[in-house]
Design a protein around this ligand. Sequence first.
Ligand SMILES: NC(=O)c1ccc[n+]([C@@H]2O[C@H](COP(=O)([O-])OP(=O)(O)OC[C@H]3O[C@@H](n4cnc5c(N)ncnc54)[C@H](O)[C@@H]3O)[C@@H](O)[C@H]2O)c1
Length: 347
Amino acid sequence: MRIVVTGGAGFIGSHIVESLVADGHDVCVFDNLSTGNLENLSNVQSRISFVRGDILDLNLLQKSMEGADVVSHQAAQLEIFKASDDPLYDLTANTVGTLNVLKAAKEVGVKKVLNASSACVYGQHEGASVESQSLRPNWAYGVSKLAAENYGHLFNDYYGVPVVSLRYGIVYGEREWFRRVLTIFIRRAIEKRPLVVFGSGEQKRDFICVDDVVSLHRTCLYDPRADGNAFNAGSGTAISVSDLATLVAEVSFRESGFRPEILNENVSQGAYSALVTYKRRNTAELQSMWLSTEKANKTLGWAPKTALSDGITREFKWAESNMSHWVETHRSHVKHSNHEASKILVV
Ligand SMILES: NC(=O)c1ccc[n+]([C@@H]2O[C@H](COP(=O)([O-])OP(=O)(O)OC[C@H]3O[C@@H](n4cnc5c(N)ncnc54)[C@H](O)[C@@H]3O)[C@@H](O)[C@H]2O)c1
């Protein structure tokens, strides 16, 4: 099949691209390189085509999708603070951008769209979230992703374009971008510094290895029973941030002989840490983000396979030899390309 992957130069998108190329598909990456980069695609560079463009550029999207059978839509703005500070910007990038992708897909007769959604559509919730529960996002980012998902349902039901949305938990693995809790723990362990847990560390998080996201994406690509659905893409379990720190400390000890100390710091929500000075604690922080995998398991027979300690060990090894990727910059400092400046590049 000819498959267009928006955001294919990013962390998750590049893993999806590699799996599609391995399956023998003709892949075109559509990306504005605002947070992604071509190095992420170095393993497949000679076997794909690349369009540098913005999903807000409907004409270029449509042109790039001509002849495509499937679109995998991974492009988005992911900055939680940026979304909260400027919800209109976030809505434009995530909801209008997705609407453009869906519209272009419909115009050119695409047979399926796979849409990257997020666990953030749930908002605060105790225990494992199931797809059928009520949705009340706590951040603007979750609102824009939920609206995008709903447009997906509309295009599936009303316009007849099969759309599947995957609600990712916290995706980790090789090529993960820096500044989230796991990446900060790993980097500090490699630098032989203490790991800093904000607050009590009882907050629970569902970490899913990128390989498992790719396997669910692949299942949904081929299985028509997925069409019209939203599925959680999580590990089915949740770990507290304190236990995550302990796990990273153990991995570090096993891999490098250094067991970092674990410190707790009382950082108010929205404030910067005094110990990890570039990191600001989230506002309206989720007490628990935990995804049930039952629906994907019952409907599609999918289950995640990677144990967290194995996945973290792999990411630790990758990070050790790729520290230059993990600089202490804020993702929102990244310049977003102006869609007027989009141009076609083939790599
Ligand atoms: N990483 C996670 O844990 C996580 C969790 C939930 C949902 N998601 C979703 O997964 C998708 C991929 O996330 P990721 O972690 O790989 O992020 P990423 O930043 O590594 O990848 C996003 C890619 O999209 C590109 N992009 C951004 N805006 C664009 C635009 N307007 N036009 C064209 N390209 C654009 C970026 O250059 C980048 O290559 C996103 O839709 C995100 O919302 C990710």
